[in-house]
Ligand binder design. Sequence first.
Ligand code: NAD
Ligand code: MG
Length: 404
Amino acid sequence: MAVQPRSIAVLGSTGSIGVNTLDVIARHPDRFQVYALAANTSVDAMLAQCEAFQPRYALMMDEAAADLLRQRMPASCPTEVLCGQQDLARVVAAPEVDAVMAAIVGAAGLPSTLAAAHAGKTLLLANKESLVMGGHLLMQAVRESGARLLPIDSEHNAIFQCMPVAADATPSLRGVSKVLLTASGGPFRDWDYERMREATPDQACAHPNWSMGRKISVDSASLMNKGLEFIEACWIFDLLPEAVDVVVHPQSIIHSMVQYRDGSVLAQLGNPDMRTPIAYGLGWPDRIDAGVAPLDLIATARLDFEAPDEARFPCLRLAREAVAAGGTAMAICNAANEVAVDAFLSQEIRFTDIPRVIEHSLSMVAAVEPVSLAVVETADEQARAVAQESVAGMLAGVKSVSNA
Ligand code: NAD
Ligand code: MG
């Protein structure tokens, strides 16, 4: 009997994860069909994706981009163009949708990720910022609606693969003593502070092993990515912070490990290609072709490990402090980081100013219980305002030095 293809909504379809997701989907036309695509402003890329995948809906968050897409959509496409958060929440919750790839970058992804969780969908979660920001709300929505959360972030996908998992995809901690979260160390792993102080956005985005969007690339260079992933691991697997260790592994071949009470350590290995965790999430519980080259262990030759240096990379410590503070501190940490990364990418502040901006916001904005989305969004806004002020102060400092 022919099986009905699963209907997928890909949010952030024009980004790095989105494009890789569509690459895997295109390999399995019998298994998957694209119901909706969503992006921010990239009209050309969205138009090409609509022509290739013929989705029912294409959503642009930006109104001018939505208008342009509507004008340019060929009559041969069955695609209706939508715009804005409300339309997006409605589309992900549509009864036709089986699974939602949440791959919008940053806090902007929270409302749609949450909508997918509330609607009980299979949630393929790449958008780690939404979990860092609203972990309590998101995990509660998953539990209450019976949604199935499958982690796409490579480390969490590896942990999921190495943990005991129930038939409904709920991970269990039976016999688990620790989770070992691997980190590549990023492009500045062996740079001293003075050199990092002069780092340019392009240097920060030149990741040695992974090709990714610019925001997560900067996060990888500062190790804030590992800080966010540390928080993400605590939420997804219901772990205490002391049960998660970060291990620097420069080759990015082991994507993370689970250590058991009896001394066993299970690891998931593979080439650093996001199509592996994406295919795992799309196909679960089956294993499907991802287009990824098989791992050549002889060519890899060696796997190295070292401890992270929290003096040179304070973002990891700041993420731990946000977890310890609890409540909306994680949302504050995330929002300040987003402002700082934007300011660094537009060359308003130095790379080494990123942790200073975050630390300042964490000390200035009081954390409260994250009882509702409104409370989390208020914390996010307050932290952004404080972070903008410290960026402006640093900018004034840079200008007065250059004018002297
Ligand atoms: P990217 O910058 O390449 O793409 C971001 C996508 O989000 C684009 O399609 C963009 O149009 C869309 N977008 C941005 N703002 C939006 C808004 N306000 N509303 C709707 N859409 C919006 O980013 P990426 O590297 O693909 O990362 C996406 C998410 O996946 C991030 O949360 C990142 O941390 C996570 N992630 C990425 C990788 C990776 O290898 N790239 C790995 C693990 C996790
Ligand atoms: Mg990761």
